[in-house]
Design a protein around this ligand. Structure first.
Ligand code: 1HN
Length: 354
């Protein structure tokens, strides 16, 4: 990688130094002074680039995948969204994976679990379910659904329309630690042991089981229905005020702790009224946005991205972003913010300059 930082200037090369570097290389060693500015940048120097995935362009390809391979053969029929700066790495940002998953009427995606945690944001279709911990949740467009680390999960579509959702996983984080495990459940469809809505009643009604002690690091509420969060945005919009960069922006919460829904992934929902022109904002958590409603454009660093409902776009770490809404807009987004905060790394800045 080219050194763009002014924090540290790479020393000049000389035949003697090159010879020395060559002899270090033979011993699996290298001089720090040639890489210091790259590995310790003055500010983030990411390979992740601003990018957009237009649903209108990807949907026909996803439906073609539906003819090419079954959910059974694929295990999960997913088209990975790869950042153009990170091709071949199965990631949309340095730390996160994203994909578009299709499940056709009558299909099931068999039960498995893995240490990587997942979120789903439903994009289109009705009548599919995802099952976690013995409870099925029916998926509706805009619903935000969690699959915690090491939780058995399967999907099925007993309805009669194709169902598509965005998957977001912390795979690059898990793999950075080489802590990935996965296994199948003995049953294709895990046994249903709870009524639909059980976790919603138990944890999602401003009440908790008496003396509740969290059983895992993720939210015990694994579905956040869009109908409820949309109504919240609507009420808050009527009450104002708007944040100058974010409009009305909320974070999804673990009702048992008030913290993020998962230890590795934070998720957010925001409303931008028609005509909104935000001020620039930057943060160190590269963020994946999905447009639930409306259209507009975002200036991301030097790149202008115009988007409409169902598109997905990425704002890399420390890139200034400015959102504009040409209609009333609802944006869902997710990032590794909980990890950065836990490690004391997270920074944000309002305004375009450092
Ligand atoms: C996975 O288990 C799902 O359960 C989706 O729907 C995408 C990408 C990589 C690894 C596991 C799912 C995945 C995945």
């Amino acid at each position: 990688m080219e050194i763009r930082s002014t924090f540290y200037v790479k020393p000049k090369s000389s035949p003697e130094r090159e010879d020395f570097n060559g002899r270090l290389a033979l011993k699996n060693a290298a001089p720090l002074w040639n890489v210091l500015g790259t590995i310790v940048p003055r500010e983030p120097q990411t390979r992740t680039v601003p990018a957009i995935w237009r649903y209108d362009e990807l949907r026909p390809l996803l439906m073609e995948a539906g003819r090419l391979i079954t959910a059974e053969e694929a295990e999960r029929r997913v088209v990975i969204l790869e950042n153009p700066g990170l091709r071949g790495e199965s990631r949309i940002t340095q730390s996160l994976y994203a994909g578009l998953q299709l499940i056709l009427p009558g299909e099931v995606a068999r039960t498995h679990r893995h240490t990587a945690a997942a979120l789903r944001l439903v994009i289109e279709g009705q009548g599919a379910y995802t099952a976690v911990d013995g409870e099925r949740t029916t998926m509706h467009p805009g619903d935000f659904i969690l699959t915690p680390s090491w939780a058995y999960h399967d999907h099925g579509n007993p309805g009669n329309t194709p169902v598509v959702w965005m998957d977001g996983l912390d795979i690059p984080i898990v793999n950075m630690f080489d802590s990935g495990f996965a296994e199948h459940h003995p049953d294709t469809m895990q046994p249903v042991s709870k009524d639909e809505g059980d976790s919603q009643s138990r944890y999602g009604s401003n009440l908790l089981p008496i003396e509740y002690t969290p059983q895992r690091k993720s939210s015990p509420l694994f579905a956040y229905p869009y109908a409820r969060s949309r109504e919240t945005l609507d009420r808050l919009h009527r009450g104002g005020p708007l944040h100058p960069s974010h409009g009305i922006k909320l974070q999804f919460a673990n009702p048992a702790t008030g913290g993020y829904p998962m230890p590795t992934i934070g998720a957010f929902l925001q409303f931008l009224p028609r005509g909104f022109r935000g001020l620039p904002y930057r943060s160190t958590d590269a963020t994946v946005f999905h447009v639930i409603e409306g259209c507009g454009n975002s200036q991301v660093g030097k790149t202008s991205l115009s988007w409409q409902a169902r598109d997905i776009f990425v704002v890399p770490s420390w890139n200034a972003v400015t959102h504009e809404a040409t209609e009333d807009v609802v944006l869902f987004s997710f990032s590794d913010r909980p990890v950065q905060k836990a490690l004391g790394l997270w920074r944000e800045l309002e305004g375009a300059t450092t």
